[in-house]
Design a binder for this molecule. Structure first.
Ligand SMILES: NC(=O)c1ccc[n+]([C@@H]2O[C@H](COP(=O)([O-])OP(=O)(O)OC[C@H]3O[C@@H](n4cnc5c(N)ncnc54)[C@H](OP(=O)(O)O)[C@@H]3O)[C@@H](O)[C@H]2O)c1
Length: 260
């Protein structure tokens, strides 16, 4: 199926590894040119070379998105280098887990500075360019924003806020020709997941397979997700073939979320 994304331009935040890396590569495979955003220059440059080899253009933009000035810089540099903007993927995020009574103001401020305010500022800066192309915003939130977990107060509340922001900006986008949608992944097998798995192995002394099965059973799913599955969904959601999709917050979590 031709998704009609060829020669369009995307910005992907958090593109240096994990889900964002898979999204950027997938969009390039669909023919998009991509601006790659994260703090670490080297993995962004490596991905830029990989996208180059596909015959697509990419720019590596190493910035810290907690810096309030970074999003406007990213959008302006992308427009200068790639000439237009059709898709913004707000993916960068890192929030501390743990006991609510032990999490500090700084932990909360840090989680919000990147995942919520980073997305707010990226979207605000990108909006006029997206209006010009009839483009779209897709935010990678997380199913922890729909179901409370005592160990995930910062990430869960950030993800809930991103979900509401998606609905509110989709309302604006109806009038202004910008589509705004979000994905709520469940657990996806990235480096972060593997670190959690290794911790469980170290704590319990069981095999990696047994630790995986314990985690899987606790989440009541058949398996966890792969970054490429999130990337495939982003590509489809970005496609004009389903331009009726507006304000959707799509669960991609193996059925873990059982509420409507
Ligand atoms: N993996 C999961 O199970 C899962 C589940 C639900 C939702 N999600 C959400 O999906 C998104 C991606 O998750 P992931 O597991 O792929 O994360 P990850 O492997 O930890 O990657 C996070 C990405 O964000 C970048 N980043 C971190 N801090 C940044 C900053 N201050 N400024 C700019 N970029 C920054 C990282 O690159 P640098 O370190 O180089 O900056 C990296 O590219 C996150 O928003 C996460 O909350 C993940």
């Amino acid at each position: 199926m031709d998704l009609g994304l060829a020669d369009k331009v995307a910005i992907v935040t958090g593109a240096s590894r994990g889900i964002g890396h898979a999204i950027a590569l997938r969009l390039a495979q669909e023919g998009m040119h991509v601006a790659l955003v994260a703090r670490s220059r080297e993995p962004l440059e490596a991905l830029r070379r990989e996208i180059d080899a596909l015959g697509r253009e990419a720019v590596a933009l190493p910035v810290d998105l907690r810096d309030p000035a970074a999003p406007a810089h990213v959008v302006a540099t992308t427009a200068g280098a790639l000439g237009r903007l059709d898709l913004l993927v707000n993916n960068a995020g890192a929030t501390k887990r743990g006991d609510f009574l032990a999490l500090t103001d700084d932990d909360w401020a840090d989680g919000y500075a990147l995942k919520l305010f980073g997305a707010v500022r990226m979207t605000r800066a990108a909006w006029p360019l997206l209006q010009a192309t009839g483009g779209s915003v897709i935010s990678i939130a997380g199913n922890g924003g729909r179901t409370g977990d005592r160990e995930f107060t910062i990430g869960g509340s950030v993800n809930a806020a991103l979900g509401l922001l998606t609905k509110a900006l989709a309302d604006r986008g109806i009038a202004e020709g910008v589509r705004v949608n979000a994905i709520n992944p469940g657990i996806v097998e990235t480096d972060r997941f593997r670190t959690r798995l290794q911790r469980l192995v170290a704590e319990t002394g069981v095999s990696e397979a047994a630790a995986y099965d314990t985690m899987r059973a606790a989440h009541r799913v058949a398996r966890f997700g792969r970054p490429e599955e999130v990337a495939d969904l982003v590509a489809v959601m970005a496609s004009g073939r389903i331009a009726y999709l507006q304000g959707a917050v799509v669960d991609l979590d193996g059925g873990e979320t059982r509420t409507l």
